[in-house]
Write a protein that binds this ligand. Structure first.
Ligand code: 8YV
Length: 318
């Protein structure tokens, strides 16, 4: 009998076609009403699920009786109740590596945009406000040769650090659960405690994955440690950072600027951040290039096909 696969978010068209050739495919469609109810109903007799950006847990998977795999089109898997999936013997897979460089590019884009006030000055120029040469109001802060502090020196954190070191002659500091001797040697990166990193860095980039230890890692106290000219970038997960505390710091100008790709609640439809000229806000696009999203979909597809064929998929979450 043909196996049933539930596609729970938008997915690359070619991959969707491939899935449809092999399986009975049902797509969750927000236009058809409550997404969680659809997941609850459709997962009942599903063999596999593939997608990203939805919370999957006991509430919407409790009727899934024969589900073998949830294949996430993402590297992060904080949306899924890993313990519950394990308890139900449902395999969870993800898509690491293929998005590393793209996400690091975006982190650096945010860093530079925030440092040089790019979005605000683009708007300023287009509004015809450029009547005389740019003055102190328009001035940014230097990047080249400054100190870059990376919180979480995983694959993406290391790729950001490489950009800073090789491209911008930056001194790299990093905070991580364990020392990363090899990468640190290559980049002359210094391992340090979080407080020290925050105090010494001109640019702080949050690249840690969300887990119990990184939840609310950066709050008011930590933001207070940062220098007044410093820039904070978050490309990890919104819950690592206390958003309200950041808004207060930006309003008080106790730091220079922030570049954000992720938020405590997504999609972010209204926020005080939108009123702040020192906040650059992007809609969670770290991996969002055509090429990378395709690579992620291909990898997730492969994970799914392997699991449904009884093979061990390459990227199972432990
Ligand atoms: C996207 C991400 O959120 O991979 C992740 O963990 O955060 C991003 O790539 C997601 O993959 C959307 O498809």
């Amino acid at each position: 009998m043909t196996q049933k696969v539930v596609v729970f978010s938008q997915i690359d068209n070619e991959i969707l076609m491939k899935l449809e050739q092999q399986y009975h495919v049902v797509q969750i469609n927000p236009k058809k009403g409550d997404v969680n109810q659809q997941i609850l109903d459709e997962s009942r007799d599903a063999d596999g699920m593939i997608g990203a950006g939805r919370v999957l847990n006991e509430n919407n998977l409790k009727h899934a009786e024969k589900l073998k795999i949830v294949s996430s089109v993402s590297v992060g898997y904080d949306n899924y109740d890993v313990g519950y999936l394990k308890h139900k013997n449902i395999l969870l897979t993800h898509t690491p590596h293929v998005l590393t460089e793209t996400t690091a590019d975006l982190a650096f884009t945010l860093l530079m945009s925030a440092a040089r006030k790019i979005p605000a000055l683009d708007a300023w120029t287009k509004q015809g406000q450029w009547v005389r040469t740019a003055g102190p109001e328009q001035f940014g802060v230097d990047i080249y040769g400054k100190t870059l502090g990376i919180i979480g020196l995983g694959h993406i954190g290391a790729a950001i650090a490489r950009r800073g070191f090789h491209g911008f002659n930056m001194n790299v500091l990093y905070h991580n659960r364990h020392e990363k001797i090899e990468i640190a040697e290559q980049l002359k990166a210094e391992f340090c405690g979080l407080d020290e990193l925050l105090r010494r860095s001109d640019f702080v980039v949050i690249a840690v994955d969300l887990n119990a230890a990184s939840q609310s890692l950066i709050g008011a106290r930590e933001l207070q440690l940062m220098q007044q000219h410093a820039v904070l970038v978050n490309i990890s997960r919104g819950s690592v950072l206390d958003e309200q505390a950041l808004i207060e710091a930006l309003k008080a100008r106790s730091i220079f600027a922030a570049g954000l790709d992720v938020y405590q609640k997504e999609p972010l439809q209204s926020s005080e951040l939108f009123q702040l000229d020192n906040a650059v806000t992007l809609p969670h696009i770290g991996s969002a290039t055509a090429q990378t999203r395709k690579r992620m979909a291909e990898l997730a597809y492969k994970n799914l096909v392997d699991a449904l064929a009884g093979k061990t998929p390459r990227y199972a979450v432990k």
